[in-house]
Write a protein that binds this ligand. Structure first.
Ligand code: NAD
Length: 251
């Protein structure tokens, strides 16, 4: 099928859908200028993300890990939402039931205007006390104190993000699986689909017959189960799909 026929088919599916889920990953923020983990810009100094985003790295050298997060916060703060993020904000009102589940920690979906964002891996603008688990928001760029400490008890603060080897918040994960267990369509946008358990969410939907639509310039381990795979940048493709959709909705 050519692209237009695929677009037509996807629009038909979406117009008939009662509920739509979208699982986003670092790729949706790539066109905003925020580096992905698995890509040519994924390195910081000589470190790979997998060497820094771990509890062991933080215990060994909290200053180094915070230096990396401070660098990432600086990049994110200087970037803007792109057209892909903006389309997903519209979909909150376009579809009767729309869920936005993200692996991203950058908070850009919210900055774009999405109101209901399910953050599987936390948020880089939140800090958590290593002693009391209290969470505070902090938007300093750069951090005034690095590594930062809890104002209340003096313990070290850590980024409120899920590191490699850590478990996700059980209620957020359960909620996400429930959404995928009841939706008609799952969009996979800008995720390499190798980080678990996030990568299993679409599988649970596909098993029930929900349609899987992938948008990613490169194939992923989930491309094989996708009903439609658009090898494109999300910031370019989503606006095209959105226009097609609105033409049909408002004609
Ligand atoms: P990933 O880095 O593993 O993969 C990024 C994917 O995006 C790749 O498959 C790549 O082909 C695709 N991609 C690149 N440019 C794209 C574009 N313009 N449009 C669509 N897709 C594009 O990211 P992941 O799957 O999200 O998983 C890794 C972990 O990385 C997650 O836990 C996430 O928290 C973390 N992470 C988050 C951010 C962020 O918040 N912006 C940035 C880097 C990493």
């Amino acid at each position: 099928m050519d692209i237009q026929s695929n677009l037509d088919a996807v629009c038909d599916i979406l117009l008939a859908a009662n509920s739509v889920c979208s699982l986003t990953g670092a790729g949706i923020s790539a066109e905003s200028g925020i580096p992905t983990f698995r890509g040519k810009d994924g390195l910081w100094k000589t470190y790979r993300a997998e060497q820094l985003a771990t509890p062991a790295a933080f215990i060994q050298d909290p200053r180094l890990v915070w230096e990396w997060y401070d660098w990432r916060r600086g990049i994110i703060a200087s970037k803007e939402p792109n057209d892909g993020h903006k389309v997903l904000t519209e979909w909150e009102t376009l579809f009767p039931n729309f869920a936005l589940i993200t692996q991203n920690i950058d908070g850009i979906h919210q900055r774009a205007g999405s109101k209901n964002v399910i953050e599987l891996h936390g948020n880089i603008w939140k800090l958590r006390c290593t002693a009391e688990n209290t969470i505070t928001e902090n938007h300093e760029v750069p951090l005034k104190e690095s590594p930062p400490h809890c104002e209340a008890c003096g313990a070290l603060l850590r980024p409120h993000v899920v590191w490699f080897g850590e478990s996700l918040d059980a209620s957020i994960l359960q909620h996400s699986f429930q959404l995928c267990a009841t939706c008609d369509v799952v969009f996979l946008i800008g995720t390499s689909a190798v980080v678990q358990p996030a990568a299993s969410l679409p599988l649970s939907a596909a098993e029930r017959g929900a349609k899987i639509i992938e948008i990613n310039p490169d194939p992923t381990p989930l491309t094989g189960i996708a009903d439609f795979s658009f090898q494109a940048k999300s910031g370019e493709f989503l606006p095209v799909l959105n226009e097609e959709l609105k033409k049909r909705l408002y004609k």
